[in-house]
Design a protein around this ligand. Sequence first.
Ligand code: ATP
Ligand code: MG
Length: 652
Amino acid sequence: MTESVSSAKAQRYPIDPDIRSRAWLDEAQYHEMYQRSIEDPDGFWREQAKTLAWFREPETISRSTFSANGTDIRWFEDGTLNAAWNCLDRHLETRGDQPAIIWEGDDPADTLTLSFRELHARVGQCANALKSLGVSRGDTVTLYMPMVPEAAIAMLACARIGALHSVVFGGFSPDALAGRVQDSGSRVVITADESVRGGKHIPLKDNVDEALSREGTEIVEHVLVVRRTGGEVAWHDRDRWYHEVVDGQSDECPAEELGAEEGLFILYTSGSTGKPKGLKHTIGGYLLYTSMTHRYVFDYHDGDVYWCAADVGWITGHSYIVYGPLANGATTLMFEGVPSYPTHGRIGEVIDRHGVNILYTSPTAVRALMAHGEHIMDSSSRDSLRILGSVGEPINPEAWSWFHRVVGNGRCPIMDTWWQTETGGHMITPLPGFSEIKPGSAMKPFFGVQPALYDNEGNRLEGEASGNLVIEASWPGQARTIWHNHERFEQTYFAMHEGVYFTGDGARRDADGDYWITGRIDDVLNVSGHRLGTAEIESSLVAHEAVAEAAVVGYPHDVKGQGIYIYVTLADGVTPSEELRKELITQVRHDIGPIATPDIIQWAPGLPKTRSGKIMRRILRKIASNELDGLGDTSTLADPTVVEELIEHRPR
Ligand code: ATP
Ligand code: MG
């Protein structure tokens, strides 16, 4: 579907023999185990389910149907368990004194370590506090929190008593928060006075007050406020200090025996494409899938220090800061700050300070580091690192090599993990035991995952091909529904191609059977009848040393159908010029072909991004097409002024 040349010249990196030999699985074992997971899914998952602690082990493994009218997804439905028990209680005997959470605050001097025993006690107290506020099994609780241990504690406290948490990223506006509180129907909100990022204070409690003045949020009875900064806050009857309600509670709170298909949480998608969807995940399948992917994809072994630099407000934070690692008894690092504060060397310094072995971050974070130059890594050795991970967007080869060479000292393989809020955990990813990896390719399906490529007419494409990426059978980590809107769930994911899960992303499969995610299907360009992926054009641009970041969209073009409109953010200290414009055009023509010749280049001091750092091409498309009235839902935009700036300086 997409024109492509990059597969032919795809680079390959052999994985370091020491890292490979340490890995849980080598390549042959992966293939053998994958085969088993597809041929005998029930047998495979029955065996894997034994890695969790069940109150009652499941007899029934999976009963799932995918259909536009009648999607029903169930795993381990007659089993009972508790996610908090799995993340805490079962580790007390063997690793009670091992750090469960290492927290580093925005100020590097601010750190806190909680052992499994301490975390267990705090979760018990918080769970009892929630009960005292009338929260019980099946209720939802909204968390609007900074990256402090209380965020993880509150999540696990909900899980302990069978309440569902709905975490709303602390960077969202009062309006975005209000919509999510209303949709989830939470009677309790947990927040903090302020959050701190890069030395700046963000008034979380004020935002909650404003959100709760909106219509539809009257349902909220209690707001628990963590004292993070001591900053001044207004006070209402419904407000209680977290420490006043929690600290006096008993440590002991029995973990509810819950059905595997009871709800664990609701999480709204990051909103790159439209109105956020409140995806519901359930306990058993999700916990098994996240712990298993965490163990194999990051090759987690006892004693490793693991750092996922996402925010708990995203699925990455849920699955790979909290549930996956803690279920495995891992030490998980929680970082409150930003990579650029107090200096651009912060990431490396955090790694050295805590001896981090595994680092999981995003292409957008890597590109932000790259823009400042390699010397920012001089303040750290990062010798402890073994495995790197990437998630969120396609990682362009340029950012891949920088991450690999500069951050990982050329030693650490990068796991480019493709997955979604909807999938719960990693779906397509390399493993550390593979003999080699290809920069820019997410490579192989995880156990039980059956990816396939379809064309728009619904034909299943075989062999080397490009098309719509679908998943042909259920896997345990899959979201079960959209909260209070099962019909939207079915229409969004199961109506495009009957009988399979439609991801919304495009992908290419190369001759080795490796998958390359080409971007969202909505973002594919059709230039003179040729389908071009935005990811490839952007990769070509970012490979130029003057370019920090680039976004490519289509706009209506009289002759070609769609023209290629490019937004370019230049690296630190580079000024735009006509000469540079020509160089960039030449570079894209050379890398991809004359068909991809850019029509318009706009110099963009910043790009519109979601709060999770993803480029919102939907808005860029509108600007390029001059459709300024219908910018759509902009509530998830990180910095609205960026959009105004781009509109004002359009080159036409
Ligand atoms: P919305 O669904 O509301 O538009 P979103 O898709 O950005 O928001 P997420 O679930 O956080 O919300 O992101 C999943 C998407 O991110 C994937 O569908 C894919 O487009 C992109 N993505 C994630 N990881 C990768 C990766 N490793 N390579 C390429 N793309 C990725
Ligand atoms: Mg999505």
